[in-house]
Design a protein around this ligand. Structure first.
Ligand code: SF4
Length: 691
């Protein structure tokens, strides 16, 4: 027994699913994951984990893992050595850059890879190819929320820490199925709500678990949240709930903003949102009377054609009521992927360098050029193409090559038929992943990367917390840590960077990007973590805006808005609205959770939720099959009849199917940030005789 115990390795790791950033010990013997052991010292989660963090690791040893580089030849993939594959990648990218320029290449970094890998991805794009065509999946989820925060308070991150959510008097959850998507945060709130008298207000078209638990639940019409948020801001001014002292001392553009609220009466809001004036008043009184408010939002807000405006409206409401800069207050966009925050923070965005320096800012460009040893002219001052634009430009044959790391773009991008067409038109495509994903099937070269348990690095969770993880086991087969692949590629492209380990990459980033000035692996040992901005002395910022907002004058901005209705609504032919989202047991494309084992078996199939009223109207019963058709395509699913949805609103999980729900979504999007309006789909439904 003593010998068996001695063989067990205990490694601190960080969950690779959602943005809560749970950390725990992983107990392994060789490649066998024996158990996940939570520890009280874990800063984001303590002893809590959810089902995915506890049991969602079968993918690591899946026989479907990529274990060798692959090169496409005569329409088929064949195994290749790393030397041959990397030479092929370097030649392919160079050929496109030489013929069409660096802006003909698009790089999509991974929101599941490490910060250090995100840094190298954007460094290759910017320094070697002179293009800002680099992005990550935040374009498809949280970029509108970040834009709302940029406009109003300055930093693109949660205002406080997860623990603030237990300090607040009122938690407001908007467009977020928290209990399934961020389960550990949801369980913290459930505890505070049940045992500490915390109030809970939920606004959502779908009556999910947190809505059922709420003190007040508003079942809002999809895509109209900007209107109720603005009407409530007006209500605060009109009924003496605006925090005048806070506004006069810490906020500008107050009168201009207040004037912009004139159209947003409760009656107008009721008309647009479908909520009664009484419901709106009750919710407004809850917010106005609360001593502190934390407001959480997610994809139900951001994945619309006006997600940035709605995010701005929510942050405006918090400012009007003085709910920033104190413990237990602030805006909390719930980050989806484990490192979508970090991929953005470390520069995988088309308009910013790591640490949110703008590519259009000459001083910032000079700083980065100097640090990288080139002239400022070597770095592009043009905002690059984001994910959405890269695919559009590939469709138009302007982007000729793409390098995609750990993103299931062929499944997760809206209007997938068009995306597939764009990929087939590319001159050259590289995919770096741990599985032969649907996206990799389009590639010319496939490079096998490693999951986090086989490498070292750091992630940033939703509360801006940087956490270190160590390898629990060696890379599988001939796969390699992604940071090594990128470094080896850079060397072949004439840039022999010397990074002996990921800590050296972090050290370089910290020496250039101010918000990471004091971040170092020495400060991240064991269960230690740091929350950016991190000063040079290593001190973190658990709560933002205590003294000033992140603008040159230190003041927040109230940002006037006009109501823009959703671009796609139901009509006489497409008479239903399709909502979509995640389930607790799965993550996104199921490339990790769908690899067999315990998690896969819990919810292997998809379905469409329809309301009892709609079921009666269409004479459908549980389990009947229906065809759901949008203007882009059709899919066939069995029916689940539930009160979670109401009226003409349907819900389908995003995880399953071929082509999946993105066979129905379109290319309409938020013009401010180019986030596709995934949740604005008008559909029709037809009963099928057989599945
Ligand atoms: Fe992982 Fe999120 Fe679950 Fe925590 S809550 S274990 S980070 S999926």
């Amino acid at each position: 027994t003593a010998l068996r115990k001695a063989e067990i390795k205990k490694t601190k790791t960080v969950c690779t699913y959602c943005g809560v950033g749970c950390s725990f010990e992983m107990w392994t013997r060789d490649r066998h994951i024996l158990k996940i052991q939570p520890v009280a010292e874990a800063p984001a989660n303590g002893i809590s984990t959810c089902i995915k963090g506890k049991f969602g690791w079968d993918f690591v040893n899946s026989p479907k893992r990529l274990t060798t580089p692959l090169i496409r030849e005569e329409g088929r993939f064949r195994p290749a050595s790393w030397d041959e594959a990397l030479d092929r990648v370097a030649q392919g990218l160079r050929a496109v850059a030489n013929q069409h320029g660096g802006d003909a290449i698009g790089f999509i970094g991974s929101s599941k890879a490490s910060n250090e890998e995100a840094y190298l991805t954007q460094k290759i794009a910017r320094l070697i190819f002179g293009t800002n065509n680099v992005d990550n999946s935040s374009r498809y989820c949280q970029n509108p929320a970040t834009q709302g925060l940029f406009r109003t308070v300055g930093y693109g991150g949660d205002a406080g820490s997860i623990k603030d959510l237990q300090l607040t008097e009122l938690v407001v959850i908007v467009g977020s199925n928290l209990a399934e998507n961020h389960p550990v945060i949801a369980s913290h709130i459930k505890q505070s709500h049940k045992h500490q008298g915390q109030k809970l207000l939920v606004v959502d078209p779908r009556c999910h678990e947190m809505a059922e638990r709420a003190d007040c639940y508003l079942r809002v019409r999809p895509g109209t949240d900007m209107v109720w948020a603005s009407a409530m801001a007006r209500y605060m001014f009109d009924h003496g709930y605006a925090d005048d002292k806070f506004l006069s001392e810490r906020v500008i553009q107050v009168e201009e903003y207040r004037a912009s609220l004139a159209p947003f009466t409760l009656e107008f809001a009721s008309d647009i949102t479908g909520l009664s004036v009484k419901e709106l008043t009750t919710a407004a009184e809850m917010i106005g009377n609360a001593g502190s408010v934390c407001l959480l939002w997610a994809m139900g807000i951001t994945q619309h054609s006006h997600g940035a405006d709605t995010s701005t409206a929510l942050s405006n409401l918090l400012l009007v009521t003085g709910n920033y800069g104190r413990p237990g207050t602030g805006g909390y966009p719930m980050r989806g992927h484990n490192n979508v925050q970090g991929a953005s923070d470390f520069g995988c965005l088309s308009n910013i360098y790591p640490g949110y320096d703008k590519v259009t800012d000459h001083a910032a460009r000079e700083k980065w050029a100097k640090a990288w040893g080139v002239s400022p002219e070597a770095l592009s001052d043009k905002v690059g193409a984001d994910n959405f634009q890269m695919v559009q430009e590939a469709y138009e044959k302007k982007v000729r090559a793409m390098y995609i790391i750990g993103e299931e773009t062929a499944f997760s991008d809206a209007d997938s038929t068009k995306v597939h067409q764009a990929f087939t038109q590319l001159d050259f495509m590289v995919v770096q992943d741990i599985f032969m994903s649907r996206t990799a099937e389009f590639a010319d070269v496939v490079l096998p990367g490693c999951p986090s348990v086989e490498k070292e690095g750091t992630f940033v969770n939703t509360e801006r917390r940087i956490q270190h993880f160590s390898p629990a086991m060696p890379p599988l087969g001939d796969s390699r840590p992604d940071w090594q692949i990128l470094t080896d590629l850079a060397a072949r492209l004439g840039h022999p960077w010397r990074y002996p380990n990921p800590g050296a990459i972090m050290a370089e980033t910290a020496s250039i990007a101010e918000i990471f000035a004091g971040v170092s692996y020495e400060q991240l040992v064991g269960w230690q973590s740091q929350q950016w901005p991190v000063k040079a002395d290593g001190s973190s910022t658990p709560l933002l805006y205590t003294e000033s907002f992140h603008f040159p004058d230190g003041k927040a901005r109230l940002y006037p808005l006009e109501w823009r209705p959703p671009e796609e609504r139901e009509d006489s032919e497409y008479d239903l609205l399709l909502n979509n989202g995640r389930m607790l047991e799965h993550f996104q494309s199921t490339n990790q959770t769908g690899q067999g084992g315990r998690i896969s078996s819990l919810s292997p199939n998809w379905f469409v939720e329809i309301s009892p009223q709609l079921a009666a109207e269409r004479q459908l019963k549980e389990g009947d099959w229906v065809a759901i058709t949008s203007r882009r395509g059709t899919l066939e699913v069995p029916v689940v009849i539930t009160q979670r949805v109401q009226g003409n609103v349907l819900f389908i999980p995003i995880h399953h199917g071929k082509p999946g729900v993105n066979g129905l979504t379109g290319d309409h999007h938020d013009p401010d940030v180019n986030t596709p309006a995934y949740k604005e789909i008008a559909v029709k439904m037809q009963a099928l005789d057989h599945p």
